[in-house]
Design a protein around this ligand. Structure first.
Ligand code: HEM
Length: 107
């Protein structure tokens, strides 16, 4: 749905302070998010994750739509001790949109 992707691009402005996507994306405060939907958590090369994110990765966390929705709603509630300092997205529609946008960036 191209309209949802376009909406997601706007929502992603909230993420851009810390995350990049696209061909020339680099790790910044947060890891590169190309291909993140459906991908194992805590697995971007060269990014230094928090302890709880490393532990979740070892436990096999995969960023399904449902896990991402829960994380993005309230990052610090979903994962105590995460170093993602973001208050969260309150609207389900914004989460749907940002996930559609992220899906448009494969690995
Ligand atoms: C981690 C998405 C906003 C900083 C992550 C991860 C995702 C994500 C999916 C897990 C990556 C992985 O497992 O490799 C988003 C989205 C945002 C957003 C969609 C906007 C809606 C932000 C903001 C910041 C930030 C604003 C900085 C203030 C980080 C950091 C991590 C992270 C530092 C690593 C967390 C840890 O190791 O505990 N983000 N993020 N993010 N994000 Fe964000």
């Amino acid at each position: 749905d191209p309209e949802l992707v376009a909406k997601g691009e706007k929502v992603f402005k909230k993420c851009k302070a810390c995350h990049q996507v696209g061909e020339d994306a680099k790790n910044k405060t947060g890891p590169i998010l190309n291909g993140i939907v459906g991908h194992a958590a805590g697995a971007v090369d060269g990014f230094k994750y928090s302890k709880p994110m490393k532990a979740a990765a070892e436990d096999g966390l995969v960023w399904s739509d449902a896990e991402l929705a829960a994380f993005l709603t309230k990052p610090k509630k979903y994962m105590k001790g995460t170093k993602m300092s973001f208050s969260g997205l309150k609207k389900e529609k914004d989460i749907d949109a940002v996930l559609a946008y992220l899906k448009s960036y494969a690995d």
